[in-house]
Design a protein around this ligand. Sequence first.
Ligand SMILES: Cc1cc2nc3c(=O)[nH]c(=O)nc-3n(C[C@H](O)[C@H](O)[C@H](O)COP(=O)(O)OP(=O)(O)OC[C@H]3O[C@@H](n4cnc5c(N)ncnc54)[C@H](O)[C@@H]3O)c2cc1C
Length: 360
Amino acid sequence: MKDDILIVGAGVAGLMTAIELMQAGLKVRLYDTGQAGMESSWAGGGILSPIYPWHYPDAVNTLAHWGTQHYPDYFARLEADTGIDPQWLVSGHLILQTDINTPAIAQWAEQFSIRLEQLDQQQLRVIEPALNSKFDQALWLPEIGQIRNPRLVQALKAYAIKLGVTLSENTEVCRILYDADQVTGIETQTGQINGERVLIAAGAWSGQFTLGNRQLDVEPVKGQMIQFQTTPGTIKRITLNEGRYIIPRKDGKVLTGSTLEHSQFDKSIDDGSQQELHAFATAIYPALESALIINHWAGLRPGNERQTPYIGQHPEIKGLYFNTGHYRNGIILGLASARLCTDIITGNEPILPPEPYALN
Ligand SMILES: Cc1cc2nc3c(=O)[nH]c(=O)nc-3n(C[C@H](O)[C@H](O)[C@H](O)COP(=O)(O)OP(=O)(O)OC[C@H]3O[C@@H](n4cnc5c(N)ncnc54)[C@H](O)[C@@H]3O)c2cc1C
């Protein structure tokens, strides 16, 4: 039997959408150049909030808000059905040296019902005793959580396969095929596969496809990350300062990231960035000075200038859909994007107004 939809890319965007589509009754085949979930979705930090969310358009915060409401059940179901714990943890989020009275912050918090407090130096010491005492104020978002990326993608892959998604790894999609205004399939290194519906979820690579006379404005933005080993509980809170962050995992691993580099598809890491991230982290948490760096990696975010992902249907080519361009927020936006994309494909009532995400 022919697949109802072919998906290009098995990161969080492709996997989550495949799962939603299977649950909506479609037959799904998913392709990835490498192994599922091993690109940006593996490399990310897993903070379940945009960074400085009030700087983003409402369209992004609307998806994030929907995800925040639905993720707890989703993660529980994922673990129950796969036996893989994605380590969802509500560790709370400190945003240092930021004032709650900034009008944009107050407006965002009210619009999206975010619990928010201003902490002074003394209150900070209680919430996060390991913090360098030179910091004297912070925003505190106690309800913000994190997920552990490698475990999340492992669980999503297992769940997708369990639901019946056909996963073709190590299979690069070279071209999307269409005849006039209708998609007819895809071309891989090993041949053509016919299909009347194709979804592009190829992360940072999505801009490489020519789609009629359009191309998606999606470009890779490299992020390097380092990881320390500490005793569990040394640092407790996700901490953000001047655009960079520290994420403490349950087992004492502490992630620090990340750089923002426009270097095409180069994923190399360098000592200079490691030193910069180390200096950033130890200035905030002096306890990290004696901790070993046990890992250093880079991932390619699917960046786009309008800051809002592309979720929807191609305006001229029937059967061609996309769910991509999530930039720094693909994990927190993943579930709502997948559900919205599925609604658009199946013609169901969309969970959110789709217009802001359209390609136009
Ligand atoms: C350092 C870093 C930190 C981050 N931190 C956070 C965070 O804290 N919170 C958050 O929400 N987000 C974060 N992000 C962003 C988030 O990780 C991404 O937005 C998200 O993973 C994108 O998912 P994706 O599925 O679109 O892309 P990817 O995970 O990159 O998946 C795309 C897949 O498509 C495949 N592919 C590409 N081209 C083809 C082709 N031609 N044929 C077949 N397959 C193809 C690739 O092999 C890849 O597996 C971070 C990203 C980085 C790099």
